[in-house]
Design a protein around this ligand. Structure first.
Ligand code: HAM
Length: 428
């Protein structure tokens, strides 16, 4: 009987895993350069934590089950709620701002397609405790810098403010629960359904018009002025707009000026309150959103003190797909990997000893198949090992081995005593 993988999951073969690891390392390195420290949370949480303020989109796609003690458990669909639970439980008294990052798998029972999986990976940060606009600007700058470090070029950053939308809805008489419903429809781009819902909520024609005009405002900084005109008279919404303007001003200080202001960014999660942003890869099709984030309010939902928070998560798998679509070489530089082979089986103990010396510096195999020399060299070629060390009777007498460059076929004797140094001299 043959077993297949569950739908929406993937196996990663060695080549793919090595590329993914290369991407992961650059992301981690960039997060750490900004002072973020890694945290890990459980793969599953109590269902209520996840459903508390996540939004219909997430709730509809949860993997959840009852454990043997009849508790409702959910596999994590994202990290923001778990990380904020961790913060409330353990870290509230730490000096602010607290900068936490994470990397791990998430689960959503969605319809699988290219770039959309049931098990996928997120890499993200949460910045806790600064309510200043420069904090939000730094978080956005970090996303852009990370993508640039990875070598991604064809992407668009869209920045909006969910508070502006919420204040417009509020003034039109839409209460918070209905606001979440409306924002969810905006997020999914379901405009017809949005029209129906706004009709059901009995919005005045001019309020509906204002909402649609706002949603269609996408462009450079000049759209802020257009929004200002549209929002005239709504003091609360104008206050939120001013905040967006401040964040964008700070963003310039962080060296980021290539973005779109987009008032249609609604995000699919209920916890957002302020500046929100999404990044799209121009090379990906339907599932092109490679990053999402913004300011939100969750600590108080989990029993903690209210605290300013913002963050984002990269859809790691989509970042890898976007990089591949742009032809970025994902760390594929020839690795300096070695294979130690011998001219006769009796030399295997010496080969094992030499391999362990080489491993101090480089990845190194020793032949475990008792192959003859010719076959061993062919094997090295077939799996792309660039250097082979040949242990032979004659050379051993002088305490030497042969180092063969598989690409050029050239061979050199190197001394065993100084093997690390001598190999370095020859291969560099
Ligand atoms: P999100 O937009 O739901 O936000 O997810 C973040 C990213 O995860 C998305 O932009 C997308 O690239 C990726 N993603 C989501 N679902 C899938 C899927 N089924 N398959 C592949 N990739 C997927 C959040 O999760 C928030 N927690 C982000 C955040 C952090 N906001 C503040 N802090």
């Amino acid at each position: 009987m043959e077993f297949s993988r569950p739908r929406g999951t993937r196996d990663f073969l060695p080549e793919e895993t090595s590329k993914r690891r290369w991407v992961e390392n650059i992301i981690r390195d960039t997060f750490e350069r900004y002072g973020y420290k890694e945290v890990q949370t459980p793969t599953f949480e109590h269902l209520e934590l996840i459903t508390a303020k996540s939004g219909d989109e997430i709730r509809a796609h949860l993997y959840h089950f009852k454990d043997k003690s009849n508790r409702d458990i959910a596999l994590r669909p994202e990290f923001t709620a778990p990380v904020m639970r961790l913060y409330v439980n353990e870290l509230q008294s730490r000096p602010k701002p607290l900068k936490l990052y994470y990397f791990g798998n998430c689960f959503r029972y969605e319809r699988p397609q290219s770039g959309r999986f049931r098990e996928f990976w997120q890499a993200g940060v949460e910045l806790i405790g600064s309510g200043y606009p420069e904090a939000e600007a730094e978080v956005i700058a970090l996303t852009v810098e990370t993508l640039k470090k990875l070598g991604l070029q064809e992407f668009e950053t869209h920045i909006g403010h969910i508070g502006v939308l919420r204040k417009v809805l509020k003034k039109s008489g839409v209460e918070e629960n209905d606001q979440n419903l409306v924002l969810g429809l905006i997020d999914k781009g379901e405009i017809e359904e949005l029209k129906n819902v706004l009709d059901e909520l009995r919005l005045k024609e001019k309020d509906k018009q204002l909402i649609f005009n706002l949603l269609n405002l996408v462009g450079r900084n000049e759209v802020i002025l257009k929004a200002e005109t549209l929002l005239r008279g709504n003091i609360d919404a104008l206050k939120e707009l001013e905040r967006l303007r401040e964040v964008l001003r700070w963003l310039k200080e962080f060296g980021v000026s290539d973005y779109h202001v987009n008032f249609g960014i609604a995000r699919g999660l209920d916890y957002y309150t302020g500046v929100v942003f999404e990044i799209y890869s121009k090379k990906l099709k339907a599932q092109k959103q490679i990053c999402g984030g913004g300011s939100y309010s969750l600590a108080e939902v989990f029993g903690g003190e209210k605290v300013a928070t913002c963050g984002f998560a990269f859809g790691f798998d989509r970042v890898v797909l976007a990089l591949e679509a742009e032809g970025v070489d994902l760390g594929a530089k020839a690795k300096k990997e070695f294979l130690v082979v011998m001219t006769g089986e009796s030399l295997l103990p010496k080969a094992i000893e030499i391999a362990s010396m080489i491993r101090n510096r480089f990845p190194c195999h020793v032949d475990l198949m008792r192959r003859r020399l010719g076959k061993a060299l062919a094997y090295a070629n077939s799996i792309g090992i660039p250097f082979v060390v040949i242990v032979g009777e004659e050379e051993l007498k002088e305490d030497k081995v042969i180092l063969r460059d598989m690409k050029t076929g050239s061979q050199k004797e190197v001394s065993i005593k100084n093997i690390e140094k001598d190999i370095l001299k020859v291969i560099e």
